[in-house]
Design a protein around this ligand. Structure first.
Ligand code: DAT
Ligand code: MG
Length: 148
């Protein structure tokens, strides 16, 4: 089954949005495969956001993501990478539709509450950056037969 990496950013943790955000993915039918509250080091931030190195907002981005704890998660399910991106909404919360996480909770692109992998390649890379194999849990859920 497909897996993706999602992360409540420091603004979402400080604003007590972790529970609501976890709940949305649970209710949708996805399965939690791993989760942890952590502080990101500058080195990990720079590697995670390597594709944005050189862009004008890179330093601000690294500063923000290392400014407080994040809630890192791996979620599993059919088409979870693309579906989670839809549930997050557009990068700039002012363009994100109501009903999406960024549309409901954000106002500025610099503090847009959540990160999510944007492709199978980035999902694999980001899961590997943030989680060891032993931190990912394999189990079956009794509700599976009511979702698939
Ligand atoms: P996304 O997080 O939707 O995948 P992205 O990968 O293009 O978006 O950018 C990563 C993060 O960088 C994004 O969540 C917020 C920040 N960011 C993107 N564009 C920005 C900009 N023009 N000004 C400030 N921050 C920006
Ligand atoms: Mg991105």
């Amino acid at each position: 089954m497909e897996k993706t990496f999602l992360m409540v950013k420091p603004d979402g943790v400080q604003r007590d949005l972790v529970g609501d955000i976890v709940s949305r993915f649970e209710k949708k039918g996805f399965k939690l495969a791993g989760a942890k509250l952590m502080k990101i080091t500058e080195a990990l931030a720079e590697e995670h956001y390597a594709e944005h190195k050189g862009k004008p907002f890179f330093q601000e981005l690294v500063g923000f993501i290392t400014s407080g704890p994040v809630f890192a998660m791996v979620w599993e399910g059919e088409n979870v990478i693309a579906t989670a991106r839809q549930m997050m909404g557009k990068t700039n919360p002012q363009d994100a539709l109501p009903g999406t996480i960024r549309g409901d909770f954000g106002l500025t692109v610099g503090k847009n509450v959540i990160h999510g992998s944007d492709s199978p390649e980035s999902a694999e890379r980001e899961i590997g950056l943030f989680f060891s194999n032993s931190e990912l849990v394999e189990y079956s859920k009794h509700s599976k037969q009511w979702i698939y």
